[in-house]
Structures are given as C-alpha cells and as structure tokens.
Design a protein around this ligand. Structure first.
Ligand SMILES: [Fe+2]
Ligand SMILES: [Fe+2]
Length: 150
C-alpha cells in the first residue's frame, strides 16, 4: 500500500472511530441500568483512544486527520431526555454488534496490506482486539437480555 493510500485508510478509520465515540456516549446517557451506563462510558473512552492513536499516526505521516465520511448516530436527537426501553436497548446492542464486526473486518483487511510499518501494524492490531472485546460483550449482554425476556 502506498503512503497516500495508508493515510486515506487511516482517515476512514478516524471518522469511524469518532462515530463510535458518539454512539457510546449517547447510549451511556440513555441507558437506565448503571452497570451498562458505565460500560458504555468506558467503551467511549476506548474508542476515543482509537481516535487519538489514529490521529497521531496520521500527523506522524505528515497529514492532517480529517473525516472522509460523515456518519451520524441513529440515536441523536430523537431520544434526548428519554431512557432506552428494553426493545430499543436490544436494537441498539444488535446495531453495535454489526458495527463492531464491520470495524473488525476493516481492520483485518487493513492489517493485511500495511506492509513493513511495525508501529502501524501494532496500533491496528490493538484497535482490532478492542473491537473484538466490545463485540463479545454486546453479544453476551444481548443473550442475557433475550433470556430474561422470553
Ligand atoms: Fe474503535
Ligand atoms: Fe469498538
């Protein structure tokens, strides 16, 4: 992959990770359960770390971090001041799982083409594993909620 292509990819991930920060921050405000609130808050912190590590890599490569694709959270606005109902919560978890798995797939593809930049390689692996842990937690929580509501 050329340097330009790598920078473009990094910017795509930068936008994606910013979106994830928004989503989990929103969800942390709307979820009723304190444990889940703390989980979403913590996940937003981790996604922010991804934003920051990608941004500093982009700068290190001589470019400026910029969102290539503008993504908006499906939870913005409409739910302000309300709490997530169980149905909404389950839908949110399902959406989160889809996004986390998609991010994992994208990170895996990126890693394959990254070449000899060891530092970038490690950075992408770290982010990928975090997304895996998020997906696993959401999947497990969803199962738990499905079990009590059946
Ligand atoms: Fe992330
Ligand atoms: Fe994640």
């Amino acid at each position: 992959m050329t340097k330009e292509k790598i920078i473009k990819q990094l910017n795509i991930f930068y936008g994606l990770e910013l979106f994830q920060v928004d989503v989990y921050t929103s969800q942390s405000k709307w979820v009723n359960d304190i444990y889940m609130r703390k989980v979403f808050e913590r996940m937003a912190v981790i996604e922010q770390q991804h934003v920051d590590n990608l941004a500093s890599k982009i700068r290190e490569m001589g470019a400026t971090p910029s969102k290539i694709v503008e993504m908006t959270t499906p939870y913005a606005g409409a739910l302000t001041g309300k709490t997530l109902s169980l149905t909404h919560l389950k839908t949110a978890l399902k959406t989160n799982i889809v996004f986390e798995r998609e991010a994992m797939k994208m990170y895996k593809d990126f890693i394959m083409g990254v070449g000899s930049d060891e530092e970038l390689f490690e950075l992408l692996w770290g982010n990928l594993i975090d997304e895996d842990l998020h997906a696993v937690w959401f999947t497990n929580k969803l199962k738990e909620l499905e079990a009590v509501t059946h």
